[in-house]
Design a protein. Structure first.
Length: 315
């Protein structure tokens, strides 16, 4: 099983500890030494103040810039956007940024993407919230064409490319893998039809404010996996789908306490098709965060890496 860590770039209250180029480089190097497979950062370019003060909101660096600093300081760890909001940008601008980061990092980008849910941020950026799903699907197709074709001809909702070529191309053949975030049936359709992986998230509560489907139990998760399998059969997909899911989200039946409990959970989720997970650490200080990454690396990562899952298989 692949295991990811996050760059704690939301810690705006302590920028010297977490937000400087040196801080990002040191944390990225520590995650790589510890044996983590991926390093991730999320995106909120211009969040509204009301959301920020309700307890869930946060700022962060631009994901491509933050991950570029991490890439320059490391050699092997994968660099994941989690999640990049596709409707916020023209898809060819996103494709250019992703191709550059992938090329300069030696093919280490994993593009985790979402349709977005923060309506006020859409308004501030001049994007129609009601188009977010159509714009997301369109963007994935447009990016893959830009990464692989010369003389692209494609007319979208808000662009018209009539013979355009992007170079240099990504280091990864065909471009970076694209993982789709979200719990809804639309997100599952997008993952199965257009994605390399699916990244659901736990959510229960005010669904209207988050614009995402509730996922509050293992039963919910298994139902979503079943729906993904049904949709794959409907459209004829046979390639397995990667699935990312956190070990700490739900109580796993018969799991032990402590480190053994994480391993029990990982075995349980791998049997369902989960290929990737993340383990959180509280970023109280840079030194403490790095120490926790090192502890996880020593105690858990070798055991987690030994767990194999082929992904959500469609056969």
């Amino acid at each position: 099983m692949h295991v990811g860590a996050g760059l704690p770039v939301a810690r705006m209250d302590d920028p010297r500890e977490f937000l400087t180029g040196d801080a990002i480089a040191e944390i990225a190097q520590a995650a790589e030494r510890a044996g983590f497979d991926t390093l991730s950062v999320s995106e909120h370019p211009f969040p509204d103040d009301d959301w920020l003060t309700r307890g869930n909101g946060h700022h962060n660096h631009d994901p491509f810039v933050a991950l570029s600093f991490a890439a320059a300081a490391t050699k092997t760890i994968k660099l994941r956007t989690s999640l990049l909001i596709l409707p916020y940008r023209n898809p060819f601008i996103t494709a250019r940024a992703a191709a550059s980061l992938d090329a300069l990092s030696g093919g280490r980008l994993v593009l985790g993407v979402g349709a977005g849910y923060l309506e006020a941020e859409f308004k501030a950026l001049g994007v129609d919230f009601g188009e977010r799903n159509e714009l997301s699907d369109e963007a994935i197709i447009a990016m893959r064409r830009a990464w692989t074709e010369d003389g692209v001809h494609m007319k979208g909702r808000h662009f018209d490319a009539q013979g355009h070529t992007m170079a240099p191309r990504p280091a990864q053949k065909g471009g970076p893998p694209i993982w789709i975030g979200g719990n809804s049936k639309l997100a599952i359709h997008r993952a199965v039809e257009l994605g390399d992986g699916w990244m659901p998230m736990r959510y229960e509560g005010n669904i209207v404010s988050r614009r995402t489907a509730e996922l509050a139990s293992l039963e919910d998760f298994r139902a979503r996996l079943g729906y993904a399998s049904e949709h794959a059969r409907r459209i004829g997909r046979t390639q397995p789908l990667g699935v990312s899911f956190g070990l700490q989200l739900f109580s796993i039946p018969d799991a032990c306490e402590g480190a053994d409990g994480f391993i029990d959970a990982a075995h349980y989720l791998a049997a369902l098709g989960v290929t990737d997970t993340g383990i959180g650490a509280a970023p109280t200080s840079r030194a403490a965060y790095i120490g926790e990454l090192e502890r996880i690396g020593a105690e858990l990562l070798p055991r987690l890496h030994a767990i194999h899952s082929p992904g959500l298989a469609f056969v």
